[in-house]
Design a protein around this ligand. Sequence first.
Ligand code: ATP
Ligand code: MG
Length: 395
Amino acid sequence: MRTMNEIILLKLGEVVLKGLNRRSFEDRLNANLRRRLQHYGSFHVYSKQSAIYVEPQSEDCDLEGAYAACRQVFGVIAAVRARSCPKDKDAIFHCAQNYLDGELRAARTFKVETRRADKHFPMNSMEISRYVGGLLHDAYPHLKVDVHTPELCVHVEIREKAAYVHGPSRPGAGGLPIGMGGTAVSLLSGGIDSPVSSYMIAKRGVQLELVHFFSPPYTSPQALEKVVRLAKELTGWCGRMKLHIVPFTEIQEAIRRSCPEDHFTLIMRRFMMRLAEAVARRTGAKALVTGESLGQVASQTMDALAVSDEVCTLPVLRPVIGMDKTEIIAISRKIGTFDTSILPYEDCCTVFTPRHPRTRPHLEEVLEYEKALDIAGLMERALAGIERRTVSMGD
Ligand code: ATP
Ligand code: MG
């Protein structure tokens, strides 16, 4: 591992960094990075000149792991590992040669690009690039200079404390630092869509509280473990979260007993929304998040969505509403939840599925059917039975 004098440089999203926002963006991001990096050793994290520096404080830091973790932190748009060296033109050349030797051998064309933040440095950017590029050219005679589309761009940054050399940066997670956008309650099933919708809202800087409804003995302990696993997989992006596990069996049985079959799913979904909103009220969350996609199933038609929204006062965010399944799957693969999502365990939604669900329900009818249910009592008992688990990366 090449940790000696190696650091991680992170670039932040620039567009959002205007005015007053900038400070809170950076503070939040640095705090999130520090928390995330705890697992990889001791690091000094600070921002300077529109970049964030992640410096290992000891030899036993896991820089590889830290680098991967940083690239999952929302608010980071690009990341690169860099080697530091003294601010001297020959030291910079030697550093480039040692650090990027493999890349320099493999490339056919290259260029050196310099950024000089320290204006006291005796050469300007152009002069540094030309000097270092010339020596590299001598050292690797097979290389041709290509200033427009080089295979390898050797970056030199002259900053306050030191000079840094690095190759191309890799994309970060983008988005906004978690916590900047408040808190929302995300309804997490064991499926493909809801981990993706959770990720998408977290990406906009929102801290999530996860809610899962389970119906033992109709749903198995393995089905619940699958959801816990999905929540854990999300922590790489979303950070540490609380998972509220809500017992749903009594409600489902009551609906089956007292309501017409073609309205099961709809009435059940209204309970989910009511319960999620109750959790939101208790946790200070300001919105609900679901993985619904228009027209995907009977309960996701416009009429059905209107009927389930009717029980909520908080906004219901549905980030995948306009996406095709294939698009949702692509994100699911990218964020690493797909393989868990397709494990074949039942969800409470799938245990009492009506044969002919209503796609164009009428609210008045639904309200009439719900009169057969003790909504307040069912809600109260479900809320009293909630089990809370903190899901974090480490465990
Ligand atoms: P997925 O299960 O991946 O979310 P889906 O197409 O199976 O997608 P539905 O089962 O119809 O969707 O549920 C729609 C949304 O309701 C889910 O995206 C999720 O947000 C929420 N939901 C469904 N079942 C549960 C559950 N058991 N616990 C928590 N939320 C759920
Ligand atoms: Mg589902």
